[in-house]
Structures are given as C-alpha cells and as structure tokens.
Design a protein around this ligand. Structure first.
Ligand SMILES: [Zn+2]
Length: 494
C-alpha cells in the first residue's frame, strides 16, 4: 500500500544541519549545591557540576575535579541541577484552544467533538506560534526533550510547521506524523472533514521520515508515526503504519485505554478490549508507547512488560477530563517503561512538566488510598508496613520524568547526567520562596512544593532558558500574536 521514495539526500542533510545548530564549544556548569545525576547508582552530588564539549558531557563530579574554565561558564551557587525532563506526550497545536468554554466540563468524547473542527481550521502560522509558546513553556519548566503527537493536518498544515518552530526554540524534538482517517460516516468520532485519506497520510509519512528523521545519538529531531486513537483511525492504517515504522526504524505512538468510552467503543466495533485490539494489529512491542493507559487489567500490564511496550502517564489531563487514574505503581513494579507527559494544552491546560512530576506523585498516592486500593494488600491501611513499597516517592517521580521518559522514546543518550550523554539539564534556584524551610532534602523539596520556573535550561550545551527567560526567541511578540490567533479560532462558528 505504501512505497519507499528516497528524498534527495542533499535536502535531508541540509535540514538536519540547520536543526542541529552549530557546534557548541565547551560548557562548564560549576558550584551547584546539588546535582542529580540519575545515573545507574542514582548519585546526588554536592558542590558539583559538569563539563561538556560540543553538546556532550565529558565529566560530572565535584567542582574541584572539573576543568577550570570553558567557552560558557555557569556559576550555579544556590542551584540544584537536574537532567532535562522528557515530555512523552503533547499536542502543541492545542495551545490555541486552552480552556474553551465548550470543553471545560466534559469528558473525552464530547470534549474532542467540541474541538475537532477548530483544530482543523488552524493555519500553519497558528501552528508556528502555538509550537513556539508550548516549547517555551516546557523549557521554562525544565523540559529539554519534547514529543509532540501532531495528528490534525488540514488547511495547509504540515508537521513541518511544528518542526521549524521547535528548531527555532532549540528543544530536542520528536514529533509524530500522526493521523485520523476514520470519520463519522464510517463509524469514527471525528467529523469527515477533519480526517485525511489513508493514501495521503502514508505518502506524507514517507516524506516526513525521509526528510527529517535522524536516528543517531545526539539527534535533535526524530519522527514517530502516530495514528491518533482506536476511534479515529482504521485498522488498515494502524497495520500499514506499523509496517512502515518498522521498515524505517521509527517508533509508534497512539492514545490507548484513556477512557471507558474508548473501551466500550473497541468492544462494540472490534469485539476486543483496546489492548487486545493493539495485539491484533501488531501494535505491542518495544517500538511502541501509548499515551494514558489508564484502563488496563493486570494481564495487560504483564503483556506490556513482556513485550517491552511503554506508556506515558498524563496526570493533569486524566484529572481534567475525569478519565481515571493510571496504575502507575503497578506499571513500575511490573517493569513497564514509564514516562510522563503534559498532554495537549486543551486538556491540561498548561505545558509545565515539573507540575506533572508533582501530580504524578500525588495522584499515585491518591490511588493508593482509594477503594479498591491498587496494591496487593487490599484490606490494609496505607500506614501498614506491608504497603510501604506502594508509596511513589519524589525521586521515583523524577526518575519517571527523566530516565523513564528517555527509555519510552527509545533513547539512551538523554535522561541522565553522565559522560557521553547529551548536555541536557536545567537548574532551579533553591533560594526561591517556594523552597524556603525545606532544604534539608532539596531533591524532594522541588517535587513536594509548588514548582518554580527553571533558572537555566540547557539543551545540547546551548542555553535556551537563561536567568528565567527564553534566550533563543523574542517570546513576547510571539505570545501577542498567539493570543490573536487563538482569539480568532475561538470565535469561529464551526
Ligand atoms: Zn493526547
């Protein structure tokens, strides 16, 4: 059904050079009060820092053991340094439709129906400002790697719009050439005029992969195939996407087990639970991760673990849409690769990943205390020592947002601060009022307390947030234009 067409090599190479940026020279980050490595021993170093060359870390350790100077020196006295957070699920174009009245108090299906035509009405320029603002907000919350599940391509919009904006802002980027092909007339949820033909989707998927995908370590841009959900895409497109992804060695992503409505849909239309439907489509494997994965049973969790499939937990979105609580502790206990995402900005409605780390910890604890409890000791109080392992700690939550997310995206070059890895990190000022009085354990403090904005965020050795401000783009006029774009879309009668 699809055919590999090789894009001109010169075009591909030139795009990658532009997106990767120039060589960064050397960087010395020194004197941090605490540096969280997230390495195999989960070391936390005092009065420490790191030295990087051309975007790669060469040394991590006490300041006294690092080189004395570099092209760029950050004196981080009073700061904590953390590996850059990895966002595993977002829809940047939804920054245009935050908190629309029609979608404020509904669950997923009516919420989607309130938004589909507005998303389909956006222009490439609307996408540009949305992606810039979304990536900026993520970077200000410590996120250095952004995955965007883009799947609505109408009105001249292409995934190239998001790619250009993310490159301008300077985040490490992964993006899906996502899709919707199952309109209402064929039993799907989206209106027919919001979906694309399968032929067009597959043809453009080839173009996007061959033009942009860079699989190498240190890659600034990777392409994913992301058919949207079981109720907006045909089984054929899911199968063809999986074959294409495996041909090119790119990863697969979709929404799964987000709501009980979805479960009812696949039972009614496919005669299968959502996970069994994925199995039937060859969509369970190490190259696949699912957004949400809330409504799963124990056998399905074991299946994910045995096949290596990953999940992206999106706590704020799941609360906002009353979707349910994902069994995060069970996933971790079973060895399922688990990352964190803000989800689209129409269901969060922010792009602050550090808030999600806190929400993940709190929501896991709420689930632990609910009936029926998540853990094995179902009749015991949460204070019982037999339930001690069920507590999701601040450090567990940080692990999910860093090294966990890197694993979900299939990357071993990000997620921790170690020699050889990308110089992706962020710092928080521990003298901020939010942390006052809690610095007996600063690593826990930044999760337990309301998060502050990143003081500095570095991607591949390049400062993209400096002293709490976006350093790569003049963001104020972009925000003004974005608000005009969003107001125009909100006024549409669609
Ligand atoms: Zn989503």
């Amino acid at each position: 059904m699809w055919y590999a067409v090789t894009a001109p090599a010169a075009h591909r190479v030139s795009r990658l050079i532009v997106l990767a940026g120039d060589k960064m020279g050397t960087l010395l980050a020194k004197n941090a009060d605490v540096l969280v490595t997230m390495d195999g021993h989960r070391r936390e170093l005092k009065n420490a820092g790191l030295f990087a060359r051309d975007g790669r870390i060469e040394k991590v350790g006490p300041t006294a053991e690092l080189p004395a100077t570099a092209d760029l020196v950050l004196d981080l006295r009073g700061h904590i340094v953390l590996p850059g957070l990895v966002n595993c699920h977002h829809h940047l174009d939804q920054l245009l439709t935050r908190n629309l009245t029609a979608g404020q108090n509904t669950n997923l299906f009516p919420w989607l129906q309130a938004h589909y035509r507005i998303w389909a009405s956006r222009t490439p320029e609307d996408t540009r400002t949305a992606a810039l603002v979304g990536c900026a907000e993520l970077a200000l919350s410590g996120c250095t790697t952004v995955f965007d599940h883009a799947y609505v391509f109408q009105n001249g919009c292409k995934v190239d719009d998001q790619i250009t904006a993310a490159g301008e802002l300077g985040v490490r980027f992964a993006v899906s050439r996502g899709s919707m092909s199952l309109g209402q007339s064929k039993g799907g949820l989206p209106p027919d005029d919001c979906v694309e033909s399968e032929e067009a989707i597959l043809k453009d998927s080839i173009r996007v992969i061959e033009t942009y995908h860079d699989p190498e370590p240190g890659s600034m841009l990777q392409i994913v195939l992301g058919p949207c959900s079981p109720f907006s895409v045909t089984a054929d497109l899911m199968r063809e996407s999986a074959k294409m992804a495996r041909h090119y060695g790119v990863h697969l992503h979709t929404h799964l087990c987000e709501t009980l409505d979805e479960e009812r849909y696949t039972l009614q239309h496919k005669g299968l639970r959502p996970v069994a439907y994925m199995e039937a489509l060859d969509w369970v494997g190490r190259d696949v991760w699912y957004a949400h994965a809330v409504h799963v049973n124990d056998a399905e969790i074991r299946l994910f673990a045995s096949k290596g499939a990953g999940i992206c937990h999106c706590p704020s979105s799941n609360m906002r849409l009353a979707s349910g609580i994902a069994p995060l502790t069970k996933y971790r206990d079973a060895g399922v690769r688990t990352g964190l995402g803000v989800d689209g900005s129409a269901s969060n409605d922010g792009s602050n990943l550090l808030i999600e780390v806190r929400e993940a910890m709190l929501l896991a604890r709420l689930k632990m205390g609910l009936l029926p409890p998540e853990g094995p000791q179902t009749v015991l109080s949460t204070s019982d020592p037999l339930r001690a392992k069920e507590w999701l700690t601040a450090r567990n939550a940080l692990e999910i947002a860093t090294i966990g997310g890197a694993s979900v995206l299939g990357r071993s070059d990000i997620g921790s601060l170690e020699p050889g890895k990308c110089a992706d990190f962020f710092t928080l000022d521990l003298n901020a009022i939010a942390y006052a009085g809690g610095l007996s354990d600063p690593v826990a403090a930044i999760i337990f307390y309301a998060p502050t904005g990143a003081r500095h965020t570095v991607v591949g050795g390049r400062l993209i947030v400096q002293d709490g401000e976006i350093a790569t783009v003049d963001i104020a006029p972009v925000i003004r234009q974005h608000n005009r774009n969003a107001a125009r879309l909100a006024a549409l009668d669609v």
